[in-house]
Design a protein around this ligand. Structure first.
Ligand code: NAD
Length: 266
């Protein structure tokens, strides 16, 4: 159901790889609510092809960018502004990947080269994106930048491995850069801490299916879906949340406030 709350707004959506991706749902809802968007993903993810179907459906351009490459980010921002004919109102950073998790290395036996690459992809890319956008003066006044995160930044989830530290770093970048963006152009920067969600990144974590069920029982409202996360992103891109910045916002059906849920013991 379109509200038109993003009418006239223009944004970049990172991370829509397939229809399960949270960013896929966000892209669909952005357009449904009236925004014009550019889609981007790493060249290797684009080669899988599904994003082109989404682009066609949404009448959006796709611009490849490896989020760890300053050159790619600069090109993405420049081309997007040309397409929009002006500055960018919102950005979604929906990027996460752990080399050690993917290669099944235990947390107590990590490969540090891979760990650095994980941090670069999953967290430092957020700083790189914001720094490049600031140098290019690419964001509109009162714009909004959102990155997706997970509660493993605050609590221990053993199989989440080095992604926990990636998310802690990501959330810290949102707070620190949020100050500078607010002062420069009233741009707000927040992270949304989402429930476990059945996506490629999510299901790559060991024991994900069992954990998904556990989190669902622990959350009084149940796990938040990707669609619901997209709805929340839309509110954060809209003018209705102009004074929210430098926050980590839980979107998890209540999970983060629970101590014990009787449902888990049944
Ligand atoms: N799925 C979950 O359970 C869950 C829960 C909380 C937060 N998140 C976060 O949500 C975000 C989106 O993940 P998702 O669950 O939709 O999975 P996904 O696998 O669909 O999305 C991850 C995206 O990151 C992109 N990516 C990887 N390396 C990149 C690079 N170098 N440059 C640009 N893009 C790159 C991938 O191509 C992919 O599109 C991630 O930050 C993830 O950590 C996911």
């Amino acid at each position: 159901m379109s509200s038109g709350i993003l009418k006239g707004k223009r944004g970049i959506v990172f991370g829509a790889m397939d229809p399960n991706s949270i960013a896929w749902k966000v892209a669909e809802k952005c357009v449904e609510h009236g925004a014009e968007i550019v889609l981007t993903n790493a060249p290797v993810a684009l080669r899988m092809g599904a994003i082109n179907e989404l682009a066609e459906k949404l009448n959006a351009k796709v611009i490849p960018a490896d989020a760890t490459s300053l050159e790619d980010l600069e090109n993405l921002l420049k081309e997007s502004m040309e397409i929009f004919g002006g500055k960018i109102d919102f950005i979604l950073h929906s990027i996460g990947m752990s080399l050690n998790v993917r290669k099944k290395k235990e947390y107590t036996d990590l490969n540090y080269e891979w760990m650095l690459k994980t941090f670069d992809i999953s967290a430092i890319s957020f700083h790189k994106l914001m720094q490049t956008a600031m140098k290019m003066d690419a964001m509109s006044d009162w714009g909004s930048i959102v990155a997706l995160t997970y509660i493993a930044a605050q609590r221990t989830f053993p199989d989440y491995s080095e992604m926990a530290e990636s998310k802690a770093l990501l959330e810290s970048f949102a707070r620190s850069f949020g100050y500078h963006w607010a002062k420069k152009a009233h741009v707000r920067v927040n992270t949304i801490s989402q429930s476990p969600t059945m996506t490629t990144a999510g299901t790559g974590v060991k024991g994900f299916t069992d954990f998904f069920g556990y989190a669902d029982k622990m959350s009084p409202l149940g796990n938040a879906s990707a669609e619901a996360c997209a709805d929340y992103c839309i509110t954060m891109f809209s003018d209705l949340t102009r004074m929210v910045t430098m926050q980590n916002l839980y979107h998890d059906g209540g999970f983060s406030s629970m101590g014990m849920a009787p449902e888990v013991l049944e």
